[in-house]
Design a protein around this ligand. Structure first.
Ligand SMILES: [Fe+2]
Length: 288
């Protein structure tokens, strides 16, 4: 197989697309994939990819850090990114390679995978904007601290196992509106953590062939199992997710002048109503 070969068969089974149609875009849940062993995703290929990416697109650190940690308190593991990936079995680390869509062969793979989801995504949240890919490589027992991300995301588990712990997006018990406002005005993704949150976690165990659908801004942390793990995250944005970001950023400005703006409404409360309203209007021939 050459590095530019497209996928020979669909990666997402029909049952997974059906399940995704039930969950997306609001809820997290278990999906499945058939991504075969791929030459672009071997440890050696990933080590070379890590060495070729600009430093800004590579993040790595020791894996035995607390679930809740301030970004400035995360220590270095003292290795290069290439060494970190090549010896991930034993060095107790966590690494992410970001924006792999900037490397042509990885972009092809990403676009092939996202293309399989269009039939589910486009009718619900419109065009798939800003495709991005991330690869996580982590040692046995490592933790990804509690945080949220702005993208619609499916994380495909390729090697090893982990448990995704996820909380509902937009529930201020787990990420207050001030945390959203901070993030959408340039703040770090990590969130304040309380041990009491654990009682309300949705736990999604993942092994090779499993995937998890992650809603925009759903707080989560990840606990690796007893083997080294490789996961591929495929992400996209929607017009709605950008509008929600802008609403939080605007609210941050209002808060600075002494107001206490409400949490912006989540999909589909207003967007869904708009979509349905438009469909009804079309049926009544009020719009063309
Ligand atoms: Fe994440």
């Amino acid at each position: 197989m050459t590095q530019h070969q497209t996928l020979a068969a669909p990666v997402f089974p029909a049952e997974t697309l059906d399940r995704m149609a039930e969950l997306y875009p609001q809820r997290a849940g278990l999906l499945h994939h058939h991504l075969p062993d791929h030459p672009l995703l071997s440890l050696e290929a990933l080590a070379k990819l890590g060495e070729s990416l600009p430093a800004s697109e590579v993040e790595y650190n020791p894996g035995d850090i607390p679930i809740g940690i301030r970004p400035e308190d995360v220590p270095s593991n003292g290795l290069s990114i290439g060494e970190t990936i090549r010896t991930i079995d034993s060095n107790g680390s966590w690494a992410v390679l970001k924006n792999i869509e900037n490397v042509p062969a990885y972009r092809t793979l990403l676009m092939d995978l996202l293309g399989e989801l269009e039939l589910v995504v486009v009718p619900r949240t419109g065009a798939m904007l800003t495709p991005q890919g991330f690869i996580f490589i982590s040692s046995p027992g490592s933790i990804t601290p509690y945080h949220f991300d702005p993208e619609h995301n499916i994380l495909l588990q390729l090697r090893g196992d982990k448990v995704m712990n996820v909380w509902p997006a937009g529930d201020e018990r787990f990420a207050h509106r001030r945390e959203h406002e901070r993030y959408h005005t340039g703040g770090h993704r990590n969130l304040p953590w309380e041990d009491t949150y654990k009682e309300d976690a949705q736990q999604v165990p993942l092994g090779p062939g499993d995937a998890v659908l992650m809603p925009v801004m759903a707080p989560h942390f990840v606990a690796n199992g007893n083997a080294p793990s490789v996961s591929l995250s495929i992400t996209w944005r929607s017009e709605w997710s950008y509008r929600e970001s802008e609403a939080h950023a605007a609210n941050a400005t209002l808060r600075r002048v002494g107001l206490d703006p409400a949490m912006p409404p989540r999909w589909p409360s207003y967007a869904w109503a708009k979509t349905v309203g438009w469909r009804v209007a079309r049926r009544l021939k009020l719009v063309s």
